[in-house]
Design a binder for this molecule. Structure first.
Ligand SMILES: [Zn+2]
Length: 267
């Protein structure tokens, strides 16, 4: 898909299935209101349908912006109710915290898609700090192979650019970030290539983010009806006889519908 092209419904539905629970979880944590969280989900997907950028990272970033905007408006409204203009000049909101939470939600989601062995090895190596030789023995492979598995798992999570040509291979930079024993240093190239230093920094940050990752919190999908209302916004002319939208027109409502189960995602 190319950015800037309006998307077909199926692509948006795929993106919704994958990312709406993440957007919803972020908005619900920050705003504390199911209605407001679902409103954020609708706005994020309506904007994404128009822009054509459906990458989960983009959707979560947009959600973080909207959540912060909503928090800011909320604070301003409260301050203006106090009727003191000095207080409203510099509303306190926590944009960085919302963006950091968006990154954690994305990372947890990406971790949950790793196969179980890779996820377990990454968690034991980075979160619990288990020694590599011990992990290798447990897995039944050499330490070298274990480090290669960790490197591949890290690269699977990493969304940065894969540079070619004379640049240092991402696999080598991932090995460096993990502190693998046989990581090729590429010191000369890193010394003169800013792009590779950026890649290296981003991989280091990812290792740090995994190491600091709190135990998995629940992902809370929006209620079933939210998808139907979202679909109306991104496809106002869609025929009601098509399947896929109306099929979920009568979702359960109330707190029981906000279950951390993929079966409650509306597509
Ligand atoms: Zn380079």
């Amino acid at each position: 898909m190319s950015e800037g092209t309006p998307m077909a419904g199926a692509e948006i539905e795929d993106a919704y299935r994958e990312a709406a629970p993440l957007v919803h979880t972020l908005a619900l944590r920050a705003l504390g209101s199911v209605d407001e969280a679902e409103d954020v989900v609708r706005r994020v997907f309506a904007a994404a349908a128009a822009s054509g950028d459906l990458a989960p990272q983009s959707l979560l970033r947009d959600a973080a912006e909207r959540v912060t905007g909503d928090l800011e408006r909320r604070v301003r409204a409260k301050l203006s109710a106090l009727d003191d203009p000095r207080l409203g000049a510099d509303a306190v909101t926590d944009h960085d915290a919302v963006v950091a939470e968006a990154d954690r939600i994305l990372l947890r989601s990406a971790m949950s898609r790793l196969d179980e062995q890779r996820r377990t090895l990454l968690e034991r190596a980075l979160v619990h700090g288990d020694p590599r030789p011990e992990l290798a023995m447990m897995t039944g492979v050499s330490t070298e192979d274990l480090e290669a598995m960790l490197r591949d798992a890290l690269l699977e999570l990493w969304t940065g650019p894969r540079m070619r040509g004379e640049h240092a291979p991402a696999a080598d930079l991932a090995s460096r970030a993990l502190g693998n024993s046989a990581a090729p240093p590429h010191s000369d190239h890193l010394g003169r290539c800013r792009e590779c230093r950026d890649v290296s920094r981003s991989l280091n940050d990812l290792v740090g983010a995994i190491a600091r990752m709190p135990s998995a919190g629940p992902v809370l999908p929006p209620r079933g009806g939210c998808g139907t209302r979202c679909a109306r916004r991104w496809q106002p002319a869609r025929s009601p006889s098509r399947t896929g939208v109306r099929r979920h027109a009568a979702p359960p409502s109330g707190p029981s519908a906000v279950a951390p189960s993929s079966s409650s995602v509306p597509w």
